[in-house]
Design a protein around this ligand. Structure first.
Ligand code: 3HC
Ligand code: NAI
Length: 698
C-alpha cells in the first residue's frame, strides 16, 4: 500500500483516506495506492462498502500537473477510475473542499457521492489546454445530460454543492467531518441494501447538433482548441458504446497533451503562483496594513479606493475641492453598486463601504494615521512632487508612500521626500477594481519590507502582483510602446489598422492595438509622443497621422470617434473612413509605396517587437524573470492565455527563429530592430527564457 493512502476498517466500511498534501493531486503513488486500497477492501472479509475521502483542504484537486509532459506511469488514471467503478462493493466518495478534474472523475467512478455544503466541483482541464481524460466526458453526460456537461466541461466553471446536487452530480449534501459524513452515508446505503450503481452502465445521453455546438465553442474560445475538442468527446459519449467513448476521449486528451496550447496554459498556471514568490523577499515581513489613503479620486483613484474597500480596508480619499471629493465618492459608490448588483457584496456591506469605511476629504491632515497612501493625481512630475511633499509632512513615520504613475520616475519622486526608503510605485490598471494586474515598482532606495507590503496589498486586493524596476513605462507600458510602434510602422508601410487589429484578434488577443488605443483614449498616446519628442532618436520613425486624428478632437471611444466610429448600440467595429485617407496622405508625403502584409507577417513582427523589448528589459534587470513579463502581458494587456505569455510564446517558436526574424527586419530599420543582447546570448548558449525562470527558482 502506498503511503499516500491510509487504509482503515470502520465496521462494514473500508476507508481509503488520501494523504497527499497540499491538495491530494493524483500522483503516481496516489493512483497506485487507490488501486491497492480497492483490492485490500475487496479481500477484507465482511467489508460491504468502500469510502474514499481526502485529508486536508480538498478531496482531490485533479491529476498531478507536475507529471504532465513526463512519461506516464501505470496505473493510468482512466484505469484507476475503471477499477474503482468495477468494484463489487458499494463505493462512496465523500467530498470536501474542491473535487476538480481527475478528482471529480474519481468521484464519478464511485457509486454514490456526498459533499459538504462548502464543497466545489468542476472540470477545469480546459484551463490547462486539455479536456478531462479519465472518463468525465463519458460519465458526466450519462449522469446529468449533454447540456449541463458541456457547460461544465467547455467553461471549466466550478459549481458549489447545492448546484451540483440540483444538477445530479452528487447525491447528497451533508455537513460535518468528511469521513464521519461519508461513513454515515455508506452505512445508510448498506442498511437500505442500495445497489451498486455504475455511471458507465447508464444509458447514453441524447444527441444535440454537435457541429453547431463545436463551431460556437471554437468561436467563443478565441482560438483555444480544447473547449471545442470537449464537444467532440461528449459527442462520442452519445454515439459510441462506453468503452469506445473512453478510447476516443483518451486519444483526444493525449493529442491535446502534445500541443503548444497545453504547454502555454500550464506555464500560465504555475507562473501565476510563482510570480508573487520573490527570492529577495524570503523572510521579509510586510508592514501592518489597515487603513489606506488615496490622493486623487479620478478614474484610477476611485477604482483603487473601490478595490481597497472591497478587500475590507478603511479608505481616506483626498481631492482638491469639496465638489471633486463628492464626485469621487459618487464614482466609488457607482463602482460598488456594480458589485452589489452582481451579488458580490450585500446591501449592508455596500452601506458600510460607502459610509463608515470611506472618508473623503480635502485636508491632507486626515492622513496622519494611515498605513499606506497611494497617489493617483495628474500625470505630471511637478504635481506629484508637490503631493509627496505634503504626504512627507503629514504621514506618520513608517507609512508607505506609493505612486500610481504610469511612466514617471519613482526614484525622482522618492528623492523629493525625506524618506525615500518608504516610497514605491504601485501601478494599477484601469478599471482598478476589476483588472487583476498590479506592477510593484521598486525604486533604488525602496526598503525590502516596503516591497513585501506592496505584494501583501496586492494579495489582499486579489491582484496578480509583479515586481518591476524603474524605467519609462515599467514592464507593461514600455513593452506596449514598442509593439505598438511596430504596428505603426506596418501601417506606414502598407497594412491597415483594421487588418492589424483583426490579425491580432485572430492570434488570440482580446483586442487589437488600435481598438485598445481607442478604448484607453488616443489623447494619452498623443501626450506621450509630445513628451518624448525632445529626446527622440533621429532614426526613430514616428507616424504623424494619429496626431491629426487627435487634433480634430477625436480621442477614441470617449469622443465617439477614433480609429473606429462608436455609435450608441454598436460595439465599435465600424472603421473610421477618415483614417485611411490620413494614412494615405502621410505615405505620399514620405514617398512610401504601400505593400501587402499577410496576417502571419503582421503577427510575427508584432510578437518579435514584443519579445525583443521584453528581452531588453530582462537584460537591464527591470524585470527579474521572464515569467514576470508573461504575467504582466496576460493580466494587463489581453495576451492570449493559451500562449502562456510572450516569453513562453518565444520559447515555443524557438529563440533562434525569433532572433532570425528580428535580424531580417533589422535590414530595413537597424535602429528599431536592434536585437536585444540577452536574446542573442540565449541563442548562442542554446538556452530558453524558461531556463532563466528555472535559474531564478534555484
Ligand atoms: N497538481 C499538482 N500540483 C497542484 C495541483 C495539481 N492538480 N493543484 C494545485 N497544485 C499545487 C499548486 O501548484 C501549489 O503549489 P505551490 O504551493 O508549490 O505553489 C499548491 O498545490 C497549492 O495550490 P494553490 O496555491 O493554487 O492553492 P489554492 O488553495 O489557492 O487553490 C486549487 C487550490 C483550487 C486546487 C488550485 O490549485 C487549482 O485550481 N488547481 C488546479 C486544479 C486542476 O486544474 N485540476 C485538473 C488537473 S488536469 C486533470 O485532472 C486531468 C484529468 O482529467 C486526467
Ligand atoms: P484623472 O484625471 O481621472 O484623475 C486625477 C484626479 O486627481 C482628479 O480627480 C484631480 O482632481 C485629482 N488631483 C489632481 N491633483 C490633486 C492634488 N494635488 N490633490 C488631490 N487630488 C488631486 O486621472 P487618472 O486617469 O485617474 O490618472 C491618475 C494617475 O494614474 C496618473 O498618474 C496616471 O498616469 C495613472 N494611471 C492611469 C491609468 C488610466 O488608465 N487612466 C492607468 C494606470 C495609471
Amino acid at each position: 500500500m502506498s503511503d499516500k493512502i491510509k487504509y482503515t476498517r470502520k465496521g462494514d466500511v473500508a476507508v481509503l483516506r488520501i494523504q497527499n498534501p497540499p491538495v491530494n493531486a493524483l500522483s503516481h503513488a496516489v493512483r497506485e495506492g487507490l488501486v491497492a486500497g480497492m483490492a485490500q477492501a475487496e479481500a477484507d472479509v465482511g467489508v460491504k462498502a468502500v469510502l474514499i475521502v481526502g485529508e486536508g483542504r480538498a478531496f482531490i484537486a485533479g491529476a498531478d500537473i507536475t507529471e504532465f509532459g513526463k512519461t506516464p506511469l501505470e496505473p493510468y488514471l482512466p484505469d484507476v477510475c475503471k477499477r474503482v467503478e468495477a468494484s463489487p462493493l458499494i463505493v462512496v466518495a465523500s467530498m470536501h473542499g474542491v473535487s476538480l478534474g481527475g478528482g471529480l472523475e474519481i468521484a464519478l467512478s464511485a457509486h454514490y457521492r456526498v459533499a459538504q455544503p462548502s464543497a466545489r466541483v468542476g472540470l477545469p482541464e480546459v484551463h490547462l489546454g486539455l479536456i478531462p481524460g479519465a472518463g468525465a466526458t463519458q460519465r458526466l453526460p450519462r449522469l446529468v445530460g449533454v447540456d449541463a456537461s458541456l457547460d461544465l466541461i467547455t467553461t471549466g466553471r466550478q459549481v458549489k454543492a447545492d448546484e451540483a446536487l440540483k444538477l445530479g452530480i452528487i447525491d447528497k449534501v451533508a455537513e460535518g467531518d468528511p469521513e464521519e459524513v461519508g461513513l454515515a452515508y455508506a452505512e445508510s446505503l448498506i442498511a437500505d441494501a442500495a445497489p451498486r450503481r455504475a455511471v458507465s452502465e447508464m444509458p447514453a445521453p441524447e444527441p444535440i447538433d454537435w457541429d453547431a455546438s463545436y463551431d460556437g465553442t471554437l468561436k467563443k474560445g478565441r482560438g483555444q482548441i480544447s473547449p471545442a475538442q470537449a464537444v467532440r468527446a461528449v459527442q462520442a459519449a452519445s454515439e459510441l458504446p462506453f468503452d469506445e467513448g473512453m478510447l476516443a476521449e483518451r486519444k483526444m486528451f493525449m493529442d491535446l497533451m502534445e500541443t503548444d496550447q497545453r504547454q502555454g496554459m500550464i506555464h500560465a498556471f504555475f507562473s501565476e503562483r510563482a510570480v508573487g514568490n520573490l527570492p529577495e523577499l524570503k523572510g521579509v515581513e510586510p508592514r501592518a496594513l489597515q487603513s489606506i489613503g488615496i490622493i486623487g479620486g479620478g478614474t484610477m483613484g476611485a477604482g483603487i479606493a473601490t478595490a481597497a474597500l472591497l478587500a475590507g480596508f478603511n479608505v481616506i480619499l483626498i481631492e482638491m475641492t469639496p465638489d471633486a471629493a463628492e464626485a469621487a465618492r459618487g464614482r466609488i459608490a457607482g463602482n460598488l453598486s456594480g458589485a452589489l448588483k452582481r451579488g458580490k457584496i450585500t446591501q449592508m456591506k455596500f452601506d458600510a463601504m460607502t459610509t463608515t469605511a470611506l472618508e473623503v476629504s480635502i485636508n491632507y491632515d486626515s492622513l496622519a494615521l494611515v498605513d499606506l497612501v497611494i497617489e493617483a493625481v495628474f500625470e505630471d512630475m511637478g504635481v506629484k512632487k508637490e503631493v509627496f511633499g505634503k504626504l512627507d509632512a503629514v504621514c506618520k513615520p513608517g507609512a508607505i508612500l506609493a505612486s500610481n504613475t504610469s511612466y514617471l520616475d519613482i526614484d525622482e519622486i522618492a528623492a523629493s521626500t525625506s524618506r525615500p526608503a518608504d516610497v514605491i510605485g504601485l501601478h494599477f490598471f484601469s478599471p482598478a477594481h476589476i483588472m487583476k494586474l498590479l506592477e510593484v515598482v521598486v525604486a533604488d532606495k525602496t526598503a525590502p519590507e516596503v516591497v513585501a507590503t506592496g505584494f501583501a496589498l496586492g494579495k489582499a486586493l486579489n491582484k496578480i502582483s509583479v515586481r518591476a524596476g524603474v524605467c519609462d513605462g515599467f514592464i507593461g507600458n514600455r513593452i506596449l510602446a514598442t509593439y505598438r510602434t511596430a504596428a505603426d510602422h506596418m501601417v506606414l508601410d502598407g497594412a491597415s489598422p483594421y487588418q492589424i487589429d483583426k490579425a491580432l484578434v485572430d492570434f488570440g488577443f482580446a483586442m487589437g492595438p488600435f481598438a485598445v488605443g481607442d478604448l484607453a483614449g488616443l489623447d494619452i498616446g498623443w501626450a506621450t509622443r509630445k513628451r518624448k519628442a525632445a529626446t527622440r532618436h533621429p532614426a526613430e520613425r514616428v507616424p504623424t497621422y494619429p496626431d491629426k486624428i487627435c487634433e480634430a478632437g477625436n480621442f477614441g471611444q470617449k469622443t465617439g470617434k477614433g480609429f473606429y466610429i462608436y455609435e450608441k448600440g454598436t460595439r465599435g467595429s465600424v472603421p473610421n473612413p477618415e483614417v485611411p485617407e490620413l494614412i494615405a496622405a502621410e505615405r505620399t508625403e514620405l514617398g512610401i509605396t504601400p505593400r501587402d502584409f499577410t496576417d502571419a507577417e503582421i503577427t510575427r513582427r508584432y510578437m518579435a517587437a514584443m519579445v525583443n523589448e521584453a528581452a531588453r528589459l530582462l537584460g537591464e534587470g527591470i524585470a527579474k524573470r521572464p515569467l514576470d513579463i508573461d504575467m504582466v502581458l496576460l493580466f494587463g494587456y489581453g495576451f492570449p492565455r493559451y500562449w502562456g505569455g510572450p516569453m513562453k510564446w518565444a520559447d515555443l517558436q524557438g529563440l533562434p527563429a525569433v532572433l532570425a526574424d528580428i535580424e531580417s527586419y533589422a535590414k530595413e530599420d537597424a535602429w528599431f530592430w536592434e536585437p536585444a543582447p540577452l536574446l542573442k546570448q540565449l541563442v548562442v548558449e542554446g538556452r530558453s527564457f524558461d531556463d532563466l525562470n528555472k535559474d531564478a527558482a534555484k
